[in-house]
Design a protein around this ligand. Structure first.
Ligand SMILES: [Zn+2]
Length: 422
């Protein structure tokens, strides 16, 4: 069979999909081919290998010369809050001058500010903002993204956010997965009535989310002072009955039993995890729950005092990396930057970070049969870097390194500019 497109690159790097998330020593095993090619047919990977790939070419094959440049799989971001209204730069400045998040919350700021503005925003404005942010992350190499609700905290706005995410996915070339996160916080109307709020979510919101097929997953903020492990189990168990697989915000600030709940429920992923208990980490490894680390968030919060996340690799927990893109605690969705933080702040190796942001992230979203590596038959989602070696992602952290992006075999970004995002 001949290729529609053949890309010749200085270096082709990818995980090799062995049909399960990579962990332990396996998380550092990437395939690196110098002077290699990727052949694409009908939007899928036809073959990759060393050499010029001429056996896959005929007079109809379009050749893309990327010699001297490294090529990696399209990045998969398994944790974002891309649908929101309004930034929170003032709050950021307040935090820099010493205000605590709790002070800010008490003044009606923080997440409550985003909730208020997201409730007020029209569906069109939210969609426009979301599409702009999808362009922004496409330019930094993301080709698949998860998007959560959770800034409505009422039925109408939670459904609105999920509709916006779905519509953005129809209009934009990025593949999306959506998550219902009604249990992101307790809204003002339910202050002091946490039980009632959860009951409301389970009886009046979740059934509609499921009926209107607006979400693939359900999520909850399992954290001291937010929702307990027991409440998380209850809500996610209920969501499971509606066919929504579980993921969790767990143990971000203190050990709150989130990792244990994730293992118990066989969740696809537990996210944040900096303060997960040793028992929780062991349970996750045993249940093969993916740990999604979000180093952008701890970086912007100037968080310290956590143990090296290498303990997850050592325990055999497969690791993914996500951006947590949101207006409060991580105002960037740049996965190349997040990968660099994974190496420079979380002690991962470059190979581990690459797998975490591609194949393991794809597993955490249940889409690894389609994306996450350059295996034959998967979608031809790939990124060509303005660098001869993929390790420049870490070494030149913060530099603009994306030359081109292909989504399903179609060139979407060329010379660092979007040529077509549909
Ligand atoms: Zn989050």
């Amino acid at each position: 069979m001949k290729a529609d497109i053949l890309i010749r690159a200085g270096q082709v790097v990818s995980a090799v999909d062995k049909k399960s998330p990579l962990k332990g020593e396996g998380q550092a095993k990437v395939m690196v081919l110098e002077d290699a090619y990727v052949a694409i047919k009908d939007g899928r990977v036809l073959a990759i290998g060393r050499g010029d790939g001429r056996e896959y070419c005929d007079s109809n094959t379009e050749i893309h010369d990327a010699s001297g440049k490294a090529l990696i799989p399209g990045l998969v971001d398994p944790h974002t809050h891309l649908v929101f209204a309004g930034w929170r730069a003032e709050e950021f400045a307040l935090r820099l001058s010493g205000a605590s998040y709790m002070d800010i919350l008490a003044q009606g700021g923080g997440i409550l500010d985003t909730v208020r503005r997201t409730r007020e925003a029209s569906e069109e404005d939210l969609l426009l903002g979301t599409l702009n942010r999808m362009d922004e992350i496409l330019l930094t190499g993301t080709t698949t993204v998860e998007i959560k609700s959770g800034y409505g905290l009422d039925r109408e706005t939670e459904l609105k956010m999920l509709r916006v995410a779905k519509e953005a996915g129809r209009r934009h070339c990025l593949d999306i997965k959506t998550t219902f996160l009604g249990a992101h916080a307790v809204p003002v109307e339910f202050r002091g009535k946490q039980k009632e709020y959860l009951e409301y979510l389970m009886t009046e919101v979740l059934p509609l989310v499921a009926e209107q097929e607006l979400a693939d997953f359900a999520d909850i903020f399992c954290e001291q002072g937010v929702f307990t492990a027991k409440e998380s189990e209850e809500l996610l168990g209920k969501a499971k009955e509606y066919g929504l697989k579980a993921r969790l915000h767990a143990d971000e600030l203190v050990a709150s039993g989130g990792a244990e709940v994730a293992a118990e429920l066989r969740a696809l992923s537990a996210d944040h995890l900096l303060f997960a208990s040793p028992e929780g980490v062991r349970a996750m490894a045993k249940a093969n729950v993916i740990g999604t680390l979000l180093p952008g968030t701890s970086f912007f919060l100037k968080k310290r005092g956590y143990e090296s996340p290498r303990r997850f690799i050592e325990a055999g927990v497969p690791l993914a990396l996500g951006s947590d893109y949101n207006p409060g605690t991580c105002p960037t969705g740049n996965m190349l930057f997040v990968m660099a933080l994974g190496v420079l702040q979380y002690d991962l190796l470059p190979e581990e970070a690459l797998i975490a942001a591609t194949l393991n992230a794809a597993y955490s979203l249940d889409v690894a049969s389609e994306v996450g590596s350059l295996d034959t038959g998967k979608q031809a989602d790939l990124v060509i870097l303005k660098a001869p070696d993929y390790r420049h992602i870490f070494y030149r952290a913060g530099s603009q390194l994306v030359d081109s992006v292909y989504k399903k075999g179609i060139l979407k970004v060329k010379n660092g500019q979007i040529v077509n995002h549909n």
